[in-house]
Each structure stands twice: as C-alpha cells, then as structure tokens.
Design a protein. Structure first.
Length: 320
C-alpha cells in the first residue's frame, strides 16, 4: 500500500463521497482514492472536517441579496452548519474510534513484526552458527579425506611391494621345491641302496649262522655266544631301520612343510625363507642320518666279517 498520499487528493475524494450523499470515512475515502494508508487518510480527513466548517461558515461568498432573504438564508445556512457540525462531530468521533482501533491493530502488527524480526534474527544467528559448524566440519572432513587418500596411496605402494616380494618368494619356494624333490629322490635312492645292503648283510649273517649251527655239539657254547652277538646285530639293524624310518618321516614332514609354505605364498618373504632354510636343514639332517646309518651298516659288515674269520679260524683249530 502506498504511503504519503497528497492532501489535495484526499480532500477531493472526501468531497466526492460527500457529494454522493455519503458520510466521508477512512475506508470510503481510501476506496475512492484506491490507495493510501489508514493513518495518512485518517489524519488528512480530520483536517478536511475542520476546513469543511470553515468553508460552510464563509458568508462572504454569498451574492448580494435583500436583507430579509440574506438573513433567512444565513439562518438556514447556520442551521445547516450546526447540523453539519453535529454530523461531522459524530463522524469525527467514529473516525477517531476507527483510528484508535486501527492504531491498536497497527501496534499489534508492529509488535508481532518486531517479535518475528527478533525470531528471524535468532534463526539467522543459529543458521550462521550452524553454517560455521558445517564449514568447520567440512574442512575437517576434507583434511581427513586427504589423509585417507594418502594412506590409501601408501597402502597401494606397500601392496605392490608385497606382491613383488610374494612373487620372488614364490620363485624361491619353487626352487626350494625342486631342490627338495631332487634331495628326496637322492634320499630314496640312498634308502633303497641302504635297504639292499642291509638285506645282503642279513642274508650273509643268516648263512653264517646256519653254517655255524651245522658244526657239532662241541660248538654249542660258541654258537650261543654267536647267537647273542647276532641278536645284538639284529637289534642294531632294527635301530638302523627305525632311524631310517624316522629319516623318511622327517623328509616327508619337510616336504609337507615346503608344500604348505608354497600354498601360503601371500605371507612375508622372511617367513618363507626361514621355512625353506628349515626344510634344507631337515634334508641335511636326513642326509647326515643316512650317512650315519651307512656308517653303522659298514660297521656291522666289518663285525660280521670278523665273526666269520673267527669261526673259520676256530674251525681250522678244531680239525684233526
């Protein structure tokens, strides 16, 4: 709604309302104008009523008339002015009441507007605080994102290094497996040769025992001694067999550990190397055990040869 309507426009609108035979009020004058605030129109309308009385009491505007007519006209005019003043005062009282009510309504609206403005300011402050918190949180999140990105890049580099190390470890494991297979084949060959050699020794020992048994009753004491020695030899052979079996079991365990190390290629290269070294040490231990068993077998063969020589010498002495 426009503010600051010229007073001439308000006065002209009030005259137009009065000319239609209606009492000029704030709403009717505003309706006639089509604009203007109630406070502005009400104040100018009070001025219009004050000037209306002056306009109505202006006798100098009357044309020259006879005295009786002029006095009668003045009496009628004063009566009309008196009535108009009563109407004007009544209308002015109504306008004042309307103005008071309008002012109260405007005060309520202004108070509500002030409350709304204060609430809006509170909301604005809260929004600014929330915006600052959001901006701080966003900055923290961006910094955290940069840190996480750097960590991801570092982890990717570490993964590439680990993949390369894993590939190298797998190559070493494959080489260790090949070496283990070769050592296993060599161990199998040595074990087969050892078993064949031990069987030959046993057969020779049994033949010697059978030949010794064929000697007479006069050699029973010696034969019992030889049986005892043969039992010792058999026990020694059994120990050799047990040791050989243990060597085979150890070689199989080393093979299983090497295969397990090959399946776990994603672990650290140091662990794989340690296991490969342990497997190599186990194979070396197996080789040492095989050599020891070979030495024992050689010793047994020497003892059997000595026993055979002893029996032959005794046989020669006992012959007539």
């Amino acid at each position: 709604m426009a503010v600051g309507v010229p007073e001439n426009d308000v006065f002209a609108a009030a005259d137009a309302v009065l000319a239609r035979g209606e009492r000029p009020t704030v709403e009717r004058v505003r309706l006639e104008l089509g604009r203007g605030s109630p406070a502005r129109v009400g104040g100018l309308l009070d001025q219009w009523w004050a000037r209306l009385s002056e306009r109505l009491s202006g006798e100098t505007r009357l044309p020259t008339l006879p005295a009786e007519v002029s006095q009668a006209f003045v009496a009628v005019w004063q009566q009309a002015i008196h009535l108009a003043q009563g109407v004007a005062e009544q209308a002015l009282s109504e306008q004042r009441q309307v103005l008071v009510a309008e002012r109260e309504r405007v005060a309520v609206v202004e108070d509500q507007a002030r409350q709304d403005a204060a609430l809006a300011r509170q909301h604005a402050v809260a929004a600014q605080t929330a915006q600052q918190v959001s901006e701080t949180r966003l900055a923290d999140l961006e910094l955290l994102l940069e840190q996480r990105t750097a960590q991801i890049e570092d982890l990717q580099e570490q993964r590439s290094g680990l993949q390369q190390s894993c590939a190298e470890a797998q190559g070493q494991v494959q080489a260790s497996q090949l070496q283990l297979q070769m050592l296993q084949q060599q161990a199998d060959q040595k074990r087969a040769a050892q078993e064949l050699y031990v069987r030959g020794i046993e057969e020779r020992a049994y033949r010697e025992v059978d030949r010794a048994r064929e000697e007479g009753k006069s050699r029973q004491v010696e034969m019992r001694e030889l049986k005892r020695q043969l039992k010792d030899i058999q026990q020694t052979l059994e120990v050799c067999r047990t040791a050989l079996t243990e060597c085979q079991r150890e070689a199989a365990a080393q093979q299983a550990r090497a295969e397990l190390a090959a399946e776990q290629g994603g672990q650290e290269r140091a662990a794989l190397q340690a296991r490969a070294e342990a497997a190599q040490q186990g194979l070396a231990e197996a080789q040492r055990n095989a050599i020891a068993q070979q030495a024992r077998a050689d010793t047994l063969e020497t003892q059997l040869a000595q026993l055979r020589d002893t029996l032959q010498s005794k046989d020669q002495r006992n012959r007539p």
